[in-house]
Design a protein around this ligand. Structure first.
Ligand code: NDP
Length: 450
């Protein structure tokens, strides 16, 4: 296969998509190399989903320690040590990075731990100056946090740095109203920081169902998180004591100890040399691909966040798998189905969803039926925690086919994964009703909805 080239496949970026594509291509018999300029594992493993989820677990103990008293437990002298949690998380990240590297090595994928640039249609030049040729090139360089630009914006951090903070900031301001903003607002708040969220519009998590977003806002306010809507940044200046003075447009000025940007992510395509191979790039800098993840150049593909399709790890993994099977496997080329993707926001409490929101369903189907369960979970009742959960099921009125399920509840993401199978399979409300409940659970609400 392609013996005139050094490799059959050269992958740039060892994140979720790049690693999956490389190891599966190698398993199909391809000679594969991969370049990574930072750490093997990419955003998800090194500074995204995985360490974030560990912080979410760590943060949630704050509520458990409070609630456990109603269940008879008495805990004296509880204290939180940020540095201890941070170091535990980072050591597990090191372990996972090692496993990712081992997986590649076990599949005989050669790893170059340096930056790579495309210098010709089939040519890659590494930072060390080594020139490599490959029959196929896969771009899997991911995305990075978008930075706002205003006087003093250099004083702000992003989620990348949040995992490594020396001290837990007493007062945190988060810019944005999306996934990262809401997840970290919950984390910092549970750790005891005073948190405010600054959003340019008046909507949080725009892509989620309105009722869930309203519920998250209400619960977040109850937990003490402050929100400044329709507000933008004018400047940040450093005070003598090292804290930050933030001048806002739309809200009064505020002094905080840390400002974190969570305002979306930008595809990593600068300095990649895409122009040297004639690869088309879109308005946001994303690599433009077809449904098979192929660019406008026949032998160059791209998967994951760099393509700015759906910026989620499991999607990047599927795209990497489909690429490897289609190009090096013995199957007909196939495309990843980007419809009906279940997702979750690990806020406190978490949100999870699959399919159409009520608004989207109304617009696209016209006539729909909405079933809803608004309840206080048993554990919250006993704990005296005034926090209600909400589960919504959206059906096509014509045949009662379920087109969307939305939840805000403890363990919503765990419940949603199973429910998503049913929605993806096109099941109806009657199919859910025919399923006996597991009692007592929160998930039983799914089969008992009126
Ligand atoms: P999101 O796209 O979720 O949210 C971005 C937020 O920033 C929105 O509130 C947006 O406002 C605001 N914003 C965008 N541009 C500007 C600007 N120039 N000035 C002020 N505000 C701005 O991005 P995140 O950074 O939170 O996360 C990035 C991506 O990473 C997510 O889209 C998601 O795909 C992925 N992710 C997934 C997670 C999960 O699965 N649990 C967790 C974390 C990240 P507006 O609404 O007005 O556009």
């Amino acid at each position: 296969m392609g013996q005139q080239y050094d490799y059959d496949l050269f992958t740039i970026g060892a994140g979720s998509g790049g690693v999956r594509a490389s190891r599966v291509s190698a398993a199909h018999g391809a000679r594969v190399a991969i370049a990574e300029e930072y750490r093997v594992g990419g955003t998800c493993v090194i500074r995204g989903c995985v360490p974030k989820k560990m912080l979410v677990y760590g943060a949630h103990f704050a509520e458990d320690l409070e609630d456990c008293q109603s269940f008879g437990w008495e805990i004296e002298g509880k204290r939180f040590h940020w540095q201890k949690l941070r170091d535990s998380v980072m050591s597990d990240v090191d372990r996972l990075e090692g496993l990712y590297g081992e997986t590649l090595e076990n599949h005989k994928v050669e790893i170059f731990r340096e930056r790579a640039e495309i210098t010709g249609p089939h040519e890659i030049t590494l930072a060390s100056g080594k020139v490599i040729t490959a029959k196929y090139i896969l771009i899997a360089t991911g995305a990075r946090p978008a930075l706002l630009d205003f006087p003093g914006s250099e004083h702000a951090i992003t989620s990348n740095e949040a995992f490594h903070l020396d001290e837990l900031p007493k007062r945190v301001m988060i810019a944005g109203g999306g996934y990262i903003a809401n997840e970290f607002a919950g984390i910092f708040n549970e750790f005891g920081s005073t948190v405010c969220l600054v959003n340019r519009g008046d909507q949080l998590l725009r892509q989620y169902d309105q009722a869930l977003r309203d519920r998250l806002l209400q619960i977040s306010l109850m937990k003490g998180i402050n929100f400044h809507f329709n507000t933008t940044f004018k400047s940040i200046t450093k005070n003598d004591d090292g804290s930050l003075h933030v001048e806002l447009d739309g809200s009064p000025d505020i002094d905080v100890d840390c400002v974190m940007f969570a305002t979306g992510r930008v595809p990593n395509t600068e300095g990649l040399g895409l122009e040297n191979a004639g690869v088309e790039v879109g308005k946001k800098g994303e690599v433009v691909v077809d449904r098979f993840s192929k660019t406008n150049v026949d032998h160059i593909y791209a998967v994951g966040d760099v393509t700015d399709r759906v910026q989620l790890t499991p999607v990047a993994i599927r795209e990497g798998q489909a690429f490897a099977d289609s190009v090096f496997g013995k199957v007909e080329p196939y495309a990843v189905d980007h419809s009906c993707i279940a997702s979750a926001v690990f806020s406190h409490p978490p949100i999870a969803a699959v399919g159409l929101t009520e608004g989207e369903a109304r617009n696209s189907l016209g006539s729909i039926k909405v079933y809803q369960s608004d309840f206080r979970p048993m554990k919250n009742v006993v704990a005296g925690r005034n926090e209600r959960s909400l589960i919504k099921m959206i059906c096509d009125a014509e045949d009662e086919r379920i087109v969307g399920i939305h939840m805000i509840a403890p363990e919503a993401a765990e419940m949603m994964q199973a429910a998503a199978v049913a929605v993806k399979a096109g099941l109806t409300k009657a199919d859910f009703d025919a399923t006996t409940a597991i009692h007592p659970t929160m998930a039983e609400e799914l089969v008992l909805m009126r």
